[in-house]
Design a protein around this ligand. Sequence first.
Ligand code: AKG
Ligand code: FE2
Length: 229
Amino acid sequence: MEELPIEPHGIFWQADFITPEHEQSLIHIFQHTLQWPARSGRLSLHYGYTFDYKTFGVDPDIPFKEFPDWLQPLIPLVDGKPPVQVCLQHYAPGTGIPPHVDTHSTYDELFALSLGAPVMMQFRRGEKRVEIDLAPRSMMQMSGDSRLHWTHGIKKRKTDTLGDGTVRQRRDRWSITYRWLREGECECGNEDLCDTAQRRKGVEREYRWKQASETKPSSAGEVTEKGVH
Ligand SMILES: O=C(O)CCC(=O)C(=O)O
Ligand SMILES: [Fe+2]
């Protein structure tokens, strides 16, 4: 894979990860053999451990689901290891995914394979916005800054405007995201985006407040002030 020479840093790319024929056979399976949830919006099917939308981690109560036959040849290995969690998503035209970072504390490596129609993904950091055209059959890896310090999302809309001003209609798109579990804690320290940094900040805040109230019984005004910071 090659790193894209852009900001955000850390996006690695492999065009044509599979052939158009292979892609068509997968889309046929997605459309005709899989049971999708009966609702509108972005739809997800989970393999391996299941993503838990309450904790944004893996759901410990749902047993590991074996990867189906069609998924086996599409599994990337990191240091020889397959992902623990694979999510197939269907985006009908007009659907998207809100800007987010995949949970720092739970996941380490992150890959995404795009199938079907292309779509623009937006990366954001502060005021910065970078649009990346996710071409079908491309495999993307988000690592480093792109993984930890920028959010990524897909706007809910029916068209995308390309760099040259062309307006492109959205069509059905599928993505397969692959996640590996993090060993140890995330040390990125980004208090806006990292749940580990946020937890540590919370622990420290509570600890300081507790220490202050234990060692120096103070007026209600002071306690309130310490509680806020
Ligand atoms: O659809 C994609 O390419 C990416 C989806 C995504 O960001 C996610 O599932 O966390
Ligand atoms: Fe994501």
